[in-house]
Design a protein around this ligand. Structure first.
Ligand SMILES: Nc1ncnc2c1ncn2[C@@H]1O[C@H](COP(=O)(O)OP(=O)(O)OP(=O)(O)O)[C@@H](O)[C@H]1O
Ligand SMILES: [Mg+2]
Length: 356
C-alpha cells in the first residue's frame, strides 16, 4: 500500500489518549475521509502523518518509506487547513509561488507550476488579486493550489470547507474529488460533516475517542454500520431499544416499548437487550393502520420540505417520535393523518448489548 499507518498511538501529557493503536493502509488512487465528532483525534492523526506531531508509538510509511522520524518538509506531504492561511498582502500568484520559492526552484519552473495550478483550479484571470478581493470559494481554491504546486505525494485536508456556505461547499466537494482523481495522489480529508465524507470519499474511517471504529467503503459505512456509534453518527436514523421476544434461525422480533421490530438475527437470544437503528429514508408510510411487526400506527405531527425529499415527523402510539424521509414525488400526507410506518427487516441495523 502507498500509505501505511502502523500502530499509531498518541498520548498528550500523561493522560489525554488522543489516538489508540490506529492501523490504516491507503492506496495511491484513494480519497479517504476521517469522519468523527469533535475531539475524536482526527487532526492529531493528520498532524502525525504530516510530521507536525510526534506519535507516542507506531510508524508512518509513505511510498514504502518509513518517514516517522522525518521532519515535515522532507515527507512530500502538503496540508490544507480550515483557515485558509493565505498571505493577505500577497497576490494570488505570490501566494501560489511561495511554497515553490521555499524549495528554491528556478523561476521558469515556478511559473510553469503556478500556471498549472491556476488552470486546474479555474483561477485564471485572478492572478493579481489580493485574498480580500476573492470570494470564499476562490480563496479556498488558492489555499488548495498552495498545497498542490509542490507536487506532493499526499494531500492532507483538515476541514477545508468548514468556513464556506452550504452551496459553495457542495460545489467544492465535487471539485476537490475531481482534483484528486486527476492528480492520482491520495487525499486524506478530515471532517465532522458526514455529507462531505459521503459525497467525496472512496473509503471512510469513522473515528470515535481515539479509535477507528470502521474503515470501509462509503456505501458499507452508510448501509451496514459496524457499530452503534456509526449507526447513530452516519445518516439520519430512528433509534429503538428493547428486548428480544423471539428468535428464528434468520430473524428476531424485538419488543421496543410496544413497537414490535423484526430484524435479522445478529446472534441474539430471547431476553437480550438490543439497540436498533432505521434510517429515515428506509421508512415508508401507508394510509390507515396495519398489524404485525415493522408497522407501528402513527399520527403525522409535522411535514418538513427538504427539497429533494420530505420529512414526516410521526408520533407512534407509545409516544415515541419517528421520522420518515420520503422522496419528492411520493404520495403526500397531512398533519393529523393516521398512517402506518413500515420498513423492511433488512433496513434495521441491530446490535446486541453485551454485559461487560
Ligand atoms: N496539543 C494538545 N495538548 C493536549 N491535548 C490535546 C492537544 N491537541 C489535541 N488534544 C486532545 O486530543 C484529543 C483529540 O484532539 P483532535 O484535535 O485530534 O480532535 P479532532 O477530532 O480534530 O476534533 P475537532 O473536530 O474538534 O477538530 C482531544 O481530546 C484534544 O483535547
Ligand atoms: Mg480537528
Amino acid at each position: 500500500m502507498y500509505i501505511e499507518i502502523d500502530g499509531i498511538s498518541k498520548t498528550y501529557g500523561r493522560r489525554v489518549k488522543a489516538l489508540d493503536d490506529i492501523n490504516m493502509a491507503i492506496d495511491k488512487h484513494e480519497f479517504i475521509s476521517l469522519l468523527g465528532p469533535s475531539g475524536s483525534g482526527k487532526t492529531t492523526l493528520l498532524r502525525i502523518i504530516a510530521g507536525l506531531e510526534t506519535p507516542s508509538a507506531g510508524r508512518v510509511l509513505i511510498d514504502g518509506k518509513d518517514v516517522t522520524g522525518q521532519p515535515p518538509h522532507q515527507r512530500g506531504v502538503a496540508m490544507v487547513f480550515q483557515e485558509f492561511l493565505l498571505f493577505p498582502h500577497r497576490t494570488v500568484v505570490e501566494n501560489l509561488s511561495f511554497p515553490l520559492r521555499m524549495l528554491h526552484l528556478e523561476r521558469g519552473e515556478i511559473a510553469r507550476r503556478v500556471g498549472w495550478a491556476l488552470e486546474i483550479l479555474s483561477l485564471t484571470g485572478l492572478e493579481n488579486r489580493y485574498p480580500r478581493e476573492l470570494s470564499g470559494g476562490q480563496q479556498q481554491r488558492v489555499a488548495l493550489g498552495r498545497g498542490l504546486v509542490a507536487s506532493p505525494k499526499l494531500l492532507l485536508l483538515d476541514e477545508p470547507l468548514a468556513n464556506l456556505d452550504r452551496e459553495l461547499r457542495q460545489e467544492m466537494e465535487i471539485e476537490i474529488r475531481r482534483y484528486q482523481k486527476e492528480l492520482g495522489i491520495p487525499f486524506i480529508y478530515v471532517t465532522h460533516n458526514q455529507e462531505e465524507a459521503l459525497s467525496m470519499s472512496d473509503r471512510i474511517a469513522v473515528m470515535s475517542m481515539g479509535d477507528v471504529e470502521d474503515f470501509a467503503e462509503r456505501t458499507i459505512v452508510y448501509n451496514h454500520p459496524k457499530t452503534p456509534f456509526i449507526a447513530r453518527f452516519v445518516g439520519r436514523s430512528n433509534a429503538f431499544h428493547g428486548r428480544v421476544r423471539s428468535v428464528s434461525s434468520t430473524a428476531m422480533v424485538v419488543d421496543c416499548n410496544g413497537i414490535a421490530v423484526q430484524a435479522s438475527n445478529v446472534g441474539a437470544r430471547p431476553g437480550d437487550e438490543v439497540d436498533l437503528y432505521i434510517k429515515n429514508e428506509k421508512i415508508s408510510l401507508l394510509r390507515g393502520t396495519a398489524a404485525g411487526e415493522n408497522a407501528p400506527a402513527c399520527t403525522v405531527r409535522d411535514v418538513i420540505l427538504r427539497g429533494n425529499f420530505t420529512e414526516y415527523l410521526l408520533a407512534a402510539a407509545n409516544g415515541q417520535m419517528l421520522v420518515a424521509g420520503l422522496p419528492a414525488g411520493a404520495e403526500t400526507f397531512l398533519p393529523g393523518e393516521n398512517v402506518t410506518a413500515v420498513w423492511d427487516e433488512a433496513a434495521v441495523d441491530a446490535f446486541v448489548r453485551r454485559l461487560q
